[in-house]
Write a protein that binds this ligand. Structure first.
Ligand code: 26A
Length: 347
């Protein structure tokens, strides 16, 4: 008999359909995009989606950073282990998302917005860079009421680990805090991701409201640098930044805080805060592959988080969990967008 999970992991963020195409300098320039970035779309970006579809052979792929992470964790965990929550529209794109998740064995509990369409993320690939421009639309309409509804809150109570993408800080902080409080009150695990440099830059207040609840904080090197700058840490040393985050005040003192900063092909930095204010620092190497085997790196960070969180749900040691993240990221970058290979591979 195959064992099944009990929906131990609950993830919250912005469900998006990725419209991913290969672009060039000219396309980036046309919409004022940087080669490697993630931003919220403004009026001047609204033509990008049609442009990608019409002129850049764009593909429609399930996206939304934490939704990718949730699919990734479910890829590793036994069936029925992961639930994902967010808001979509009542439209074709929303149904497409639902189908892809259901095929991946991910249970989704979406709020459906009556007015807004499902959110889209335009992804412009240039070489190994990806520029993402998100029109949140319905994803911006997630409400605390949905999370607190009896059917959904029952699932929240049943879960033991919460994973929230930092991108959701632009949407519904009260929902994030409700999960964070539930975790702290019952000594469950609360994990957040910094998601993009613009989060610590422009949503610092929202981010700092959640920091006392972080049992695990995941980010990459550019997000760590943006955090250091917006918090005037006066350093660009990734280890020092991780150490400073690990040492921030913590609500649930029964668990230490762990900060994981990935650095592309360089080793990931793992810092664990201790009660006496000291920290331990470790480096975990990535699973490198030849450049020729990389399809695209869009979603690599989400896949890393998926593998890592799966390890945490399974109660694996910290270094093993980080290694599971590296393993899943390596699989994902060999696929188109934030996807995973089938038939399934096992860690
Ligand atoms: C609020 N923003 C900007 C976003 C996103 C986002 N997911 C949630 N909110 N901007 C980009 N993404 C997703 O990141 C994945 C790659 O890491 C994209 O949908 C893409 O699948």
């Amino acid at each position: 008999m195959t064992s099944t999970g009990n929906y131990e992991l609950l993830c919250l963020e912005n469900p998006l359909l990725d419209i991913q195409g290969v672009g060039d300098e000219k396309l980036l320039e046309k919409y004022g995009l940087k080669a490697n970035d993630a931003i919220l779309a403004e009026e001047r970006h609204m033509g990008l989606y049609e442009d990608l579809l019409q002129n850049h052979d764009a593909k429609l792929i399930a996206g939304g950073a934490a939704q990718n992470t949730a699919r990734g964790a479910q890829y590793i965990l036994p069936p029925d282990s992961v639930i994902y929550i967010g808001c979509i529209g009542k439209d074709k794109y929303g149904e497409t998302l639902k189908d892809i998740c259901s095929k991946a064995g991910l249970r989704v509990e979406y709020r459906y917005d009556d007015e807004q369409p499902t959110g889209r993320c335009g992804v412009v690939i240039t070489g190994h860079n990806r520029s993402m421009c998100t029109d949140l639309a319905a994803a911006n309409c997630y409400k605390l009421d949905h999370l607190k509804s009896p059917e959904i809150w029952k699932l929240v109570e049943q879960a033991k680990v919460y994973y929230v993408g930092g991108f959701h800080l632009t949407v519904c902080v009260p929902a994030i805090l409700a999960l964070a409080e539930e975790a702290a009150a019952k000594n469950k695990v609360f994990i957040m991701n910094l998601s993009a440099p613009f989060i610590p830059q422009f949503f610092k207040g929202q981010l700092d409201q959640t920091s006392p609840y972080w049992d695990y904080l995941i980010g990459n090197e550019t997000e760590a640098l943006a955090y250091a700058e917006s918090h005037s840490l006066g350093t660009t040393d990734v280890k020092a930044i991780a150490k400073s985050i690990a040492s921030l005040p913590k609500k649930n003192t029964k668990r230490p805080r762990t900060v994981i900063i990935t650095q592309g092909t360089d080793p990931s930095i793992v810092v664990v805060g201790k009660e006496d204010g000291e920290v331990t620092i470790a480096e975990v190497p990535v699973h490198a592959i030849e450049k020729s085997r990389i399809c695209d790196t869009n979603g690599a960070g989400d896949a890393f988080a998926g593998g890592f969180v799966a390890g945490i749900v399974q109660g694996k040691p910290l270094e093993t969990s980080v290694d599971m993240g590296q393993w899943l990221a390596r699989l994902s970058i060999q696929e188109l967008g934030p996807s995973f290979p089938y038939p399934k591979q096992t860690y």
